[in-house]
Design a protein around this ligand. Structure first.
Ligand code: UDP
Ligand code: MN
Length: 330
């Protein structure tokens, strides 16, 4: 074989190999193109959201897909025409914290188009809440702010009680003012981590124009506290505990239009008001009674309950030299 022939054969082999590689690459690309939706926006515009949801469904249980799930969720939310619900939840470390958050997250998983803002009452973000949220499959923001002690209000003051969730809810409000488009259709709801929520409640509040209100079960020493409604307008309250408050209503009993909140830049909760007056403080900054929109069939239905979890009995735990939960998160 002449050297020319040898070179020819070598060239032929190289070219064949190279072509082979090219065809494989091309094939893979074509395959990928057929199976992976590369342009989510166009897909959504074509109202093929179901495809996206299908992908979402397939990957949501894969821990390594958390980032992808988040991106998909954003896309799905962006094309969801329903107003978004921003759920503001203060939370603090205690034996039942993870159980409470688990229960609440399972309710929220069933509510479409929400964003959950969870604010820890702590100096630093804890790994318990960080890990919990990242595997929650809910669109969330994780913040933290500690409640300072001692408080301005003296312990001897009859109204004194450690303020619960005040600074945390304000941190949620600041985040919303900073990150949400003031023209976005949406609503803000302050959902404590220990209450019980009917799914219908979220659809009642979703289209709030100013501030919507509804009954709350098991609160204020009553089976139900509720706004009194005449001809579709709120005209008073059935409250007994501190009934002379401007808005004698529990935190769980109202939701605020997001634009209204953003445009009233100073509307907030306060450490300086007496116990039971947080709701009146925020609502007083935003509206008068005439603006209130009664929901839940003119305030005739209870869709949220101010349940409180019993502090667990840990008598045996205290006797142990090594805690039972060393190396295991409860
Ligand atoms: N909370 C908090 N720090 C505290 C106590 C409570 O952040 O020191 C949170 C708590 O997790 C809940 C909300 O504030 O989401 C209201 O607190 P709690 O449920 O104890 O109040 P209540 O049931 O009396 O309204
Ligand atoms: Mn509570």
């Amino acid at each position: 074989m002449s050297p020319l022939q040898t070179i020819g054969i070598i060239c032929f082999v190289i070219i064949t190999l190279w072509l082979g590689v090219q065809i494989t690459v091309l094939n893979t690309c074509l395959h990928a193109k057929r199976h992976v939706p590369t342009n989510l926006h166009i897909l959504c515009q074509k109202e093929e959201n179901y495809l996206l949801l299908r992908v979402f469904d397939l990957v949501k249980n894969e821990p390594q897909c958390t980032k992808l799930v988040k991106t998909l969720q954003k896309s799905v939310n962006a094309y969801d025409s329903r107003p978004r619900i921003f759920i503001v939840t203060p939370t603090y470390a205690r034996p039942v914290q993870k159980a409470e958050l688990t229960r609440l997250s399972h309710t929220l998983l069933l509510v479409p188009n929400i964003h959950w803002i969870v604010i820890e009452d702590s100096e630093n973000k804890t790994s318990l809440v960080t890990n919990f949220l990242s595997k929650s499959r809910i669109s969330f923001t994780h913040l933290n702010v500690p409640t300072p002690l001692p408080m301005k209000m003296k312990k001897e003051d009859p109204n004194w009680l450690k303020p619960r969730g005040v600074l945390q809810r304000n941190a949620g409000l600041s985040w919303i003012r900073k990150h949400v488009d003031p023209e976005e259709q949406g609503v803000v709801y302050f959902a404590d981590d220990d209450n019980t929520y009917d799914l219908d409640l979220f659809e009642e509040m979703r289209y709030t124009q100013t501030v919507s209100v509804w009954p709350v079960g098991l609160v204020g020493g009553l089976m139900v506290e509720k706004p009194l409604v005449e001809n579709g307008k709120v005209v008073g309250w059935n409250t007994v505990w501190k009934a002379d408050r401007p808005f004698p209503i529990d935190m769980a009993g109202f939701a605020v239009n997001v634009s209204l909140l953003i445009h009233h830049r100073r509307a907030a909760f306060s450490l300086a008001v007496a116990r039971g007056y947080q709701e009146s403080k925020l609502l007083g900054d935003l509206v008068t009674i005439n603006h209130l929109e009664p929901k839940a069939d003119n305030c005739t239905k209870v869709l949220v309950w101010h349940t409180r979890t019993e502090y667990p009995k840990l008598k045996q735990e205290r006797k142990l030299s090594v805690p039972s939960n060393v190396g295991i998160e409860v």
